[in-house]
Ligand binder design. Structure first.
Ligand SMILES: Nc1ncnc2c1ncn2[C@@H]1O[C@H](COP(=O)(O)OP(=O)(O)O)[C@@H](O)[C@H]1O
Ligand SMILES: [Mg+2]
Length: 281
């Protein structure tokens, strides 16, 4: 029996990321196949979570469609020349030159930002005027870029000045402005539907005319921190990949291949599905 992706073999596999396979579809187009692979702490597990790839694809497409009034994104609306059963895992996109920056926006104080704030009172080298507790909402969303590391390296937080040094002042200003606008739009949209997007990450690329394009995936539970919001209260239990990281920490996982328990895989998928349903239905 062949793999699901065998039918994509006629296309040149340009890159196999932690979660996605990127194929050359010709004419400055890429076919992005989102697999059921799961990664955490930059480690990819052999064991997969069936159904995850389809959900991530649906969610990213939903958000790209909702936000295309803010910025052009990479999605191309064309009939795909691939079997029906894997279309649900696929996006046809504009090929871009990926900018080596992760555009992170934080609406609440959580994750690594909380750890840093707790120890030095700053978030990504920005002195905070107000004092915050863990999980507090910032007065205004904060832009905290990091480098987009090569395979095997760790992403590193960088200042706005460092980002300007890497991609220039104009692109930095534009990406910062658009990222904040995207975040505010999605934050309000999701909150009305019972999901708080605490923070998220965007990637951008330049198309062949050097135009800035929003790429990769957006506002999925793989690249965002989701909490549930009900009766005017936030439940800070994670509804995203943090759930899986917490599991690994709880078993003192030691950077080795493990068989993931069925209930962990099921719970993860269920959480992703709940977030998807709340936001999109
Ligand atoms: N439109 C695009 N043009 C070029 N590269 C893209 C585009 N959209 C996404 N990518 C790249 O494809 C890869 C997606 O695969 P993924 O498994 O998410 O990789 P990673 O391990 O880097 O997270 C990322 O490296 C991302 O930068
Ligand atoms: Mg990725």
């Amino acid at each position: 029996m062949g793999n699901l992706t065998d039918s994509l073999n006629k296309y040149n596999l340009l890159f196999k990321g932690k979660v996605r396979n990127i194929y050359d579809y010709g004419d400055d187009r890429l076919l992005i196949y989102t697999s059921d692979r799961i990664s955490a702490f930059d480690y990819v597990f052999k064991d997969e979570v069936p159904g995850k790839g389809v959900l991530l694809t649906k969610m990213a497409k939903f958000w790209f469609n909702k936000t295309n009034h803010i910025i052009q994104n990479h999605i191309l609306d064309e009939q795909l020349d691939i079997p029906e059963n894997i279309q649900k895992n696929c996006m046809l996109v504009t090929k871009t030159k990926v900018l080596p920056i992760e555009a992170i926006v934080r609406g609440h104080l959580a994750g690594s930002a909380w750890s840093t704030y707790e120890s030095i009172g700053k978030v990504n080298n920005i002195e905070m005027v107000n004092s915050y507790k863990k999980y507090d909402k910032f007065n205004e969303p904060i832009f905290t870029p990091s480098t987009k590391a090569e395979i095997g390296d760790k992403d590193e937080n960088i200042s706005i000045e460092q980002m300007q040094g890497i991609i220039g002042v104009n692109l930095t200003e534009k990406i910062q402005r658009i990222s904040i606008e995207l975040f505010k739009f999605a934050y309000n949209f999701a909150k009305e539907r019972g999901v708080i997007i605490a923070d998220t990450k965007f990637e951008f690329g330049l198309d062949k005319d050097n135009k800035l394009v929003l790429i990769d995936e957006i506002f999925t539970p793989d690249c965002s921190r989701f909490w549930l919001y009900k009766n005017n209260k936030i439940d800070y239990k994670s509804f995203d990949k943090q759930f899986f990281r917490d599991y690994l920490t709880s078993i003192k996982w030691n950077n080795n291949q493990i068989q993931l328990p069925e209930d962990i895989k099921n719970s993860l998928l269920e959480k992703y599905q709940v977030a998807y349903n709340l936001i999109t239905i």
